[in-house]
Design a protein around this ligand. Sequence first.
Ligand SMILES: O=C(O)c1ccccc1N[C@@H]1O[C@H](COP(=O)(O)O)[C@@H](O)[C@H]1O
Length: 214
Amino acid sequence: MKNTAVKFCGFTQLEDITNAVNLGVDAVGFVFYEPSPRAVTAEQACELAKAVPALTTLVALVVNMPEQELVYLSHHVPFDIVQFHGDESPRECKLMADRINKRWIKALRISPDDTTETIVTQIQALKDFGACSVLLDAYHPDKFGGTGDSFDWDKIPKHSPLPIILAGGLTADNVGEAIRQTGVYGVDVSGGIESAKGVKSLAKMTGFLAKVRN
Ligand SMILES: O=C(O)c1ccccc1N[C@@H]1O[C@H](COP(=O)(O)O)[C@@H](O)[C@H]1O
């Protein structure tokens, strides 16, 4: 039985990162998107990154960030992977990731109009442009992510061109079923492990990881 990789996203507090790392999370994410209640600045992220040990992946989540800002971010925050979570095209993702010499993930926001076939086509395009993984999140008309909404997991391809990270409305109550049903490579959660926006709950992080590992 393979282990499912786990990313916890949207950290704003040093202590929460330390707790997540001690619980054995694979990756932690910082949100660099000002309208988000979980947003951090490059300066704050630089301090928070001190709690991330060498073998835990640090992910920078950005939404339609101008290239110059991303370059600035890459010079100030020691992140490993950039997660594009906006309207960036595969080509734009590649160009920006190449500019900062980082591996990248692209979030696809799955709408009711999407089918397994449209999802596979989009994932193939990301692969062709060099993405290392794809993240599938729920579509929301006014928000880019972190909505707590999930989507129809039946649409997730069983044979994907890239490893799939599932996100959107995951909690300790549904993550076990999500993994059983989809067999995804990894899961990503923000709201489902919080006590308040941007503040993680140790009990919820513990419960979430227990359900993934079991
Ligand atoms: O967390 C945010 O505020 C956010 C803002 C803009 C884009 C993405 C955002 N978060 C990511 O959305 C998914 C799902 O989050 P949730 O578990 O449903 O709360 C996840 O990748 C978050 O990191």
